[in-house]
Ligand binder design. Structure first.
Ligand SMILES: [Zn+2]
Length: 88
């Protein structure tokens, strides 16, 4: 038996499945993984950021997120500030 590296359930290890219980878990694990390499086009985009000026750190943070993790939800910016949700 093995423990799925994604969902943690026990599953019988076979020749083809050693780390993940199902192909779906393997795919999900692949999608949530933070890539350790950056695409050439993204490197160019990062260099372009060096030449730009930003009105706030949050604006820069949002640009970095859009380049490195486009699948993640964007920062809730309004103008150049993060929107702080009110509790009322
Ligand atoms: Zn699993």
């Amino acid at each position: 038996m093995g423990t799925c590296s994604y969902c943690g359930t026990l599953f019988p290890k076979t020749r083809s499945t050693r780390k993940y219980c199902t192909p779906r878990c393997k795919t999900n694990a692949c999608l949530t993984r933070k890539p350790s390499r950056i695409r050439a086009a993204d490197v160019q985009a990062l260099y372009a950021l060096l030449d730009r000026e930003f009105t706030s750190a949050e604006v820069l943070q949002e640009r970095l997120r859009a380049i490195l993790a486009p699948a993640t939800p964007p920062l809730p910016l309004e103008g150049d500030r993060v929107i702080i949700p009110r509790l009322d």
